[in-house]
Design a protein around this ligand. Structure first.
Ligand code: SDX
Length: 379
């Protein structure tokens, strides 16, 4: 088939879907979920209500939300077969690899193709939203030699995750701040992991395989993996005085600065602004963080040097500082992103099912043609 447009590396600027789930204005730093702006949701909503909004396209009534929350609470536990499988994972393994493997394994036990479509969608949405946090926390406990902490039946979504991870009930403010982080990371139009989810979904495979594909894509340092790399960078810099020479060296050697730049945002990511406010609220509760001073200086220097190229702080720059203060280890920062983005991936999975057209793009062939086969003796 004749290409309908020029080849664009990274599909930059190429629309691959029509979607009504979220909207980004990269020039003005605007993000909306189903038309509602992220600042208002961060203030007034919760992660589960936002997940419902993204997936079913409207804010739930009181009863709809209560039923949704109850169903998810009831499905938090994971079959012992999967926990036993996770016991064989090497402690040194990265939690994103553990999550990708265990997300795919959920399909072995829970894929319900026989269900009628709407029920099939709701069943998968509930089980994935309910069980992904349990598996992340279970791996984090097991690699320390502990038994997984059984999910609570009465803590809300965010508090339950922190409880399973740290074995202690979080302060209400800590749980609320984590819940807002989950809302901020839930959805972001055609990012790489969502596109990966859509391509996988377009073959009508099961939603557990869709999420496993997306987790593998999110893990990369150019995408969700950046939040963990930011902490590594702040530790490497070590002090406010070292920031300028460090950043100048990165730019000199064309080394990408983690937590900065974005394919769409050419101003500061609106989510970074909210995450900064959350970080500052946490510091009031738990004490100041010297890494925040370094981070502020990094943002100042990078904006000074690269702002003219439209390179500003993105969602990954401050998120790690919030997670660290919540007692979350750096290699669990990207799994936090994954727990949240399951909502967006499933919203696009559902939207893709309605399109029902397999992704099969074309290419510009630049290789040789008509080459004869040469016997190995003659090579
Ligand atoms: C997320 O898509 C999404 O929405 C993703 C996300 C979501 O919610 O799903 O928002 C989450 O992934 C945020 C991004 C996290 N990644 C990082 O922080 C890693 C560092 N960032 C870069 O790798 C980069 O900015 C990307 C990957 C985010 C965007 O890459 P693009 O759009 O392909 O840009 P590019 O690599 O073509 O760079 C354009 C120019 C280049 O300079 P020139 O060669 O033109 O001189 O900008 C420079 C780049 O060198 N540049 C950077 C830079 N990012 C781009 N220079 C230094 N540091 C950076 N971070």
């Amino acid at each position: 088939t004749k290409p309908s447009c020029e080849y664009q590396p990274g599909l930059e600027g190429i629309p691959v879907a029509q979607s009504s789930i979220s909207f980004v204005d990269g020039k003005n730093g605007i993000l909306e979920y189903r038309g509602i702006n992220i600042e208002e949701l961060a203030q007034k909503s919760t992660f589960l209500e936002t997940a419902y909004l993204l997936i079913w396209g409207k804010l739930p009534t009181k009863d709809e939300l209560a039923n949704f929350q109850d169903e998810i609470t009831r499905h938090r536990r994971v079959k012992y077969h999967i926990r036993d499988m996770m016991k064989c994972f090497p402690e040194s393994g990265h939690p994103m690899d553990a999550l990708q493997t265990s997300a795919a394994a959920l399909g072995l036990f829970y894929s319900r193709r026989a269900l009628a479509k709407e029920e099939y969608i709701r069943d998968a949405v509930v089980r994935l939203l309910a069980k992904i946090p349990t598996m992340v926390a279970a791996f984090a406990q097991m690699r320390m030699g502990n038994d997984p902490v059984q999910p609570s039946d009465n803590l809300n979504y965010a508090a339950n995750f922190l409880y399973m991870l740290t074995e202690k009930e979080p302060e209400p403010l800590e749980a609320r701040i984590f819940d807002v982080c989950l809302m901020l990371h839930a959805e972001h139009t055609m990012n790489a992991s969502t596109f990966s989810a859509m391509v996988t979904a377009s073959t009508l495979t099961d939603p557990y395989a869709v999420v496993a594909s997306a987790v593998g894509t999110l893990a990369g340092p150019l995408h969700g993996g950046a939040n963990e790399e930011v902490l590594v960078m702040l530790e490497e810099i070590g002090s406010v005085e070292n920031v300028r020479p460090y950043i100048e060296d990165c730019i000199e050697n064309k080394k990408k600065i983690m937590g900065f730049g974005h394919r769409v945002y050419k101003v500061k990511d609106p989510r970074a602004k909210i995450l900064q406010q959350l970080a500052e609220r946490l510091f009031e509760l738990t004490g100041h963080d010297e890494y925040y001073d370094i981070a502020l200086e990094v943002e100042k220097v990078v904006t000074e040097k690269l702002g003219h190229k439209g390179i500003y702080a993105n969602v990954d720059f401050y998120s790690g500082l919030v997670y660290r203060k919540l007692g979350i280890k750096p290699d669990l920062f990207t799994p936090m992103f994954a727990i949240s983005r399951v909502a967006g991936w499933l919203a696009h999975w559902k939207e893709q099912l309605a399109v029902n057209r397999i992704f099969r793009p074309t290419q510009v062939y630049i290789g040789d043609r008509g080459i004869p086969y040469v016997a190995i003796e003659d090579r």
